[in-house]
Design a protein around this ligand. Structure first.
Ligand SMILES: Nc1ncnc2c1ncn2[C@@H]1O[C@H](COP(=O)(O)OP(=O)(O)O)[C@@H](O)[C@H]1O
Ligand SMILES: [Mg+2]
Length: 275
């Protein structure tokens, strides 16, 4: 693999060492994820190493089926890795008991997924504060108000999910992830169902979470305009990281996406051996 980089575009290298001034909020180390076995095995991740610096906003992109959701699920401890290791801060996730994992997720991780997972019988406000209640923590009202106002949810707080549009439900899910101020927020296509205005609101609050509150954000997106909000865009193809851009414009992102198919590592190897 080539050494360093041509300006903004470079081949992905192993994550930087963590130092006091440069804390790694989450890290995947040589992560392999294989679904099934034998002839029907699906190699969703083929040795992915990547670190996410604290306070950084990363977008993960790549063709459908390239392993984006799998990587996110492995990072968040929602799916077990086949090989390799995953770290949230300085905690190794592989080998944690269910109970320890649940606690780690509750204390350090926020999620925004496309299927909003809102509780249908609770109001928007109750949904937003539910994780805090479960964790036995007080809700920081000032931050709650900031999040709710920025996401335009003030006059929807007493509505139940069925009384909200898809975009509003997505924003409630986003508020729920933000309100506990987790160290790291994972979003799997958090703007996937949103119109451009709602997308912009969600992305700017994720941007604010990093810039103003030092949280770490990792999202999967298909949208170059969404990716342009990120500090860093990482491209997956066929279960491997193939490119990375630093502070790209939407056009830069679009250009790489267009060329990704040519750059994907050889996928078909009939005997199932992965090099
Ligand atoms: N639970 C599963 N069982 C079997 N195969 C899976 C499962 N989840 C994902 N895959 C496969 O793993 C590959 C990567 O999937 P995924 O991470 O969802 O891709 P992306 O999010 O980039 O579209 C795909 O080939 C997909 O079909
Ligand atoms: Mg996906």
């Amino acid at each position: 693999m080539r050494g360093a980089a041509r300006r903004e575009i470079f081949v992905h290298m192993t994550p930087r060492e963590s130092t006091d001034a440069d804390t790694i909020a989450a890290r995947a180390d040589s992560v392999v994820k294989t679904y099934g076995s034998g002839d029907t095995a699906v190699h969703a991740l083929r040795g992915v190493s990547i670190g996410f610096r604290a306070g950084e906003f990363t977008a993960i992109m790549g063709p459908s089926g390239s392993g984006k959701s799998t990587l996110m699920h492995c990072l968040a401890g929602l799916d077990a890795v086949t090989d390799g290791s995953v770290w949230i801060g300085d905690v190794g996730v592989v080998g944690l008991s269910d109970k320890e994992m649940t606690r780690l997720r509750r204390d350090r991780i926020g999620f925004v997924f496309q299927a909003f997972n809102l509780v249908p019988t609770l109001t928007a406000e109750e949904n937003i504060t539910l994780p805090q209640g479960i964790a036995g923590r007080r809700v920081d009202r000032e931050w709650f108000d900031t999040v709710v106002d920025r996401l335009g949810l003030r006059d929807r707080l007493s509505h139940r999910p069925s009384e909200l549009s898809g975009g509003q439900q997505q924003r409630v899910a986003c508020a729920r992830a933000l309100v506990g101020r987790p160290d790291i927020i994972f979003g799997d296509e958090p703007t996937g169902n949103l119109d451009s205005r709602s997308s912009g609101e969600v992305l700017s609050i994720l941007r604010a979470a990093t810039d103003e509150f030092g949280q770490t954000v990792v999202i999967v997106t298909h949208d170059p305009r969404a990716a342009a909000y990120a500090d860093r865009v990482v491209f997956l193809a066929d279960g491997q990281i193939v490119r990375e851009l630093s502070r790209p414009s939407a056009d830069d992102v679009f250009e790489v996406m267009r060329n990704l198919d040519d750059e994907a590592p050889a996928a078909e190897s009939g005997d199932g051996e992965v090099g």
